[in-house]
Design a protein around this ligand. Structure first.
Ligand code: PHE
Length: 339
């Protein structure tokens, strides 16, 4: 009997077929409910005790050989079908589809655009590679003016100077040159400064600058506009305008918002004060209006500029600005829900 089983093991191991019908016949012969294995297992009780161990081992081997053979041929046949475009098991679930997410900078930028477009601002854009006039000279920063050092610049070419824009105020110059007041525009975009990279500042970042020019625009209009923005954006209504200096505005101020100190990230980002500077602002200097072909006797205006990264860091509690540019998918995936 044992020899007989061993023969069947050999048969099972050597079996091969290209057709599902032959495979099924094989399965029934060996593993079916009236198949060989059933028969041998039933025989087990009649085997003399001293042979039971060896008998058990061979029928187990027959069982695994037959099962493995059926499984491997089945897989091979399925693969063959699939490569012809037929999927044997149509109920099989599909490959999981991974959905992308918007970058947090884009999310915040879009939010800012929404808030300002609701109060009548349009969006203007300009080149990242600028000439000296639009980035500096038109903005009341003539050559050799010490204030040029306020923003360390990446130069692409000198004489004539071509550079990576250090702020999106350059877009506002272009806008004023090409449009007549009333002007209400915001200019979001990427800017570049030759600065050391740390957890709080980067040599590439994003700004949104705003410009409003019309008859009788006052500093009070500026303050109310900024207050409206901080309420809409953060739900916070405490801001502080600290006197400051920018060559293109007079008077000028830094915009601080009171964020509070609830989390460790709040401490880190606000340097433990609860206040965070989000940008600069001021009344457009009459010289700038003149440079851009607008009569300062007739029109006044305000401008402001802020960093998008700072705002995104607060909103999403991100403690290190460098994370925005590393594009680690584990970081980016966290913004899926915010689309
Ligand atoms: N351009 C300034 C900067 O990048 C910000 C600013 C814009 C200040 C408009 C005042 C008015 O630092």
């Amino acid at each position: 009997m044992i020899d007989k089983i061993k023969e069947y093991i050999g048969e099972a191991q050597a079996f091969s077929t290209q057709t599902p019908a032959e495979l099924e016949a094989f399965r029934i012969k060996f593993l079916g409910s009236k198949g060989l294995l059933k028969e041998f297992f039933a025989e087990f009780k009649n085997v003399p005790n001293e042979q039971k161990k060896e008998f058990g081992q061979v029928i187990n081997l027959l069982k695994t050989s037959a099962e493995e053979k059926v499984k491997s041929i089945q897989e091979a046949l399925e693969n063959k079908e699939e490569s012809k475009g037929f999927y044997g098991d149509l109920t099989r679930s599909g490959e999981p589809v991974t959905i992308g997410s918007r970058h947090p900078i884009s999310l915040v930028k879009n939010q800012i655009i929404d808030i300002f477009s609701n109060i009548g601002f349009n969006v203007s854009e300009g080149p990242e590679i600028e000439d000296d006039w639009h980035n500096f000279t038109a903005l009341n920063l003539p050559e050799y003016h010490p204030a040029r050092d306020m923003q360390d610049t990446f130069f692409i070419q000198t004489d004539p100077d071509i550079l990576l824009r250090t702020h999106t105020s350059s877009v506002q110059v272009r806008y004023m040159e090409n449009n007549k007041p009333p002007i209400r525009t915001i200019s979001p975009g990427r800017v570049f400064r030759n600065e050391a990279v740390s957890s709080r500042s980067h040599c590439i970042f994003h700004q949104v600058e705003g410009l409003y020019i019309d008859k009788d625009v006052s500093f009070a209009d500026l303050k109310q506009t900024l207050l409206h923005f901080t309420k809409e954006m953060f739900g916070k209504s405490k801001i502080r305008l600290r006197p400051s200096y920018f060559p293109f505005t007079e008077p000028s101020a830094e915009i601080d918002i009171y964020w509070g100190l609830k989390t460790e990230t709040d401490y880190r980002i606000t340097k433990g004060t609860g206040w965070l500077e989000i940008g600069g602002c001021g009344m457009v200097d009459p010289n700038v209006l003149k440079n851009c072909g607008i009569d300062p006797e007739e029109y006044t205006g305000f401008a402001f500029g802020m960093g998008i990264e700072r705002i995104a860091m607060l909103n999403y509690q991100i403690g290190d600005i460098r994370m925005f540019y590393e594009n680690d998918v584990r970081f980016l995936e966290q913004f899926k829900a915010s689309i």
